[in-house]
Design a protein around this ligand. Structure first.
Ligand code: ADP
Ligand code: MG
Length: 319
């Protein structure tokens, strides 16, 4: 096998019906390619959770091992506060249900593309970036790579007031020490590192590229490599074609740009590591409390500036 999958788990998988212990409440929290996530309440405690329903068969293939890998990675990170906590696991004939800590503030994606009042300030981004790096540094110290870090997989405990981050979706995660093959592992086009596109070896540095893209999006509201089509996006990534203009970074401090530049480097060995990034001067600086392009524009003028938003609409955010 040697594809870096972790399949030994310690969590008990319950065969009881999920609904004998939980009530589903409210609407869907989100969905991805193969999972639906719904809010639920544990009957015994009244505690809220997020139930992730994963189909065991996908495209005619048995994917139980992939789900066990996701569970094993969550178990390995259970002492880190920025990785979503796994409470329980249920299994039916067709599905495995992960009962997760509920991150009620939703995806940071929504605030990345928001205008004015709802958009992050640079001070917000510094605090959230530190938390993301803390979680990812923990994974990397344990030789785990996430491989799908993007704004849809970084959630908030609350949106207003702005809470703390929780990293979710370990479906593509792998153990570093025994990856020999990465062929079918492909994240979301806009966020994948050049080495993935070139089928070169992946490493913890692959996640660091994605953190560079995430930080860019959180600060500017723009996706740095997004092209008019997939091909253009891939070309932008492999040429590291990034816009660092004054215009795009208006009101953002120079150390923030330097931080992003230390991550969006084509050669993975020259990229900053998670530990190095935590020590970057930007994360220990105090920029102007209102420094943010969305906030600098007056409310009236920002309304008629369509170029402030991302060029394409949400690829997979819940409707
Ligand atoms: P997939 O592997 O299908 O992408 P995810 O684990 O990313 O599944 O979950 C899909 C979406 O569901 C997320 O993008 C998010 O919006 C929502 N979601 C996932 N986990 C939680 C959680 N613990 N709390 C709240 N919402 C969640
Ligand atoms: Mg996801």
């Amino acid at each position: 096998m040697r594809n870096g999958m972790m399949t030994k788990i310690h969590t008990r998988i319950s065969a009881d019906p999920f609904t004998s212990n939980y009530d589903l409440v409210g609407k869907e929290l989100g969905r991805g390619k193969f999972a639906v996530v719904k809010k639920c309440v544990e009957k015994a405690t009244g505690q809220q959770y997020a139930a992730k329903f994963l189909r065991k068969r996908r495209k005619g293939q048995d994917c139980r091992m992939d789900i066990l890998n996701e569970i094993a990675v969550l178990e390995s990170a259970k002492t880190n506060p920025y990785v979503v906590a796994l409470h329980e696991v249920y299994e039916t004939n067709t599905e495995i249900i992960l009962v997760l800590e509920c991150a009620a503030g939703g995806e940071i994606f929504d605030q990345c593309v928001a205008d004015n009042d709802d958009a992050f300030t640079e001070i917000d981004v510094i605090r959230l970036a530190k938390q993301i790096l803390n979680g990812v540094a923990f994974l990397h110290r344990n030789n785990v790579v996430h491989l799908d870090l993007k704004p849809q997989n970084i959630l908030l405990t609350s949106a207003r007031p702005l809470g703390d981050i929780r990293i979710v979706d370990f479906g593509l995660s792998r153990r570093m020490d025994d990856i020999t093959e990465v062929r079918e592992i492909l994240g979301t086009p806009e966020y994948v590192a050049p080495e993935i596109l070139n089928y070169e070896p992946i490493s913890t540095a692959t996640d660091m590229w994605s953190i560079g893209v995430l930080t860019y999006v959180m600060l500017t509201g723009e996706s740095p490599f997004q092209g008019d089509d997939k091909q253009q996006t891939f070309l932008n990534i492999s040429q590291v074609n990034v816009d660092y203009s004054q215009d795009t970074f208006e009101g953002i401090s120079p150390p923030a740009v330097d931080f992003i530049k230390s991550l969006l480097i084509k050669n993975p060995r020259k990229r900053a590591t998670a530990e190095e990034s935590l020590n970057h001067p930007w994360l220990n600086s105090l920029p102007h409390p209102h420094s943010h392009p969305h906030l600098l524009a007056s409310p009236a003028s920002s309304l008629d500036e369509p170029e402030m938003s991302m060029s394409e609409s949400d690829p997979e955010s819940p409707a």
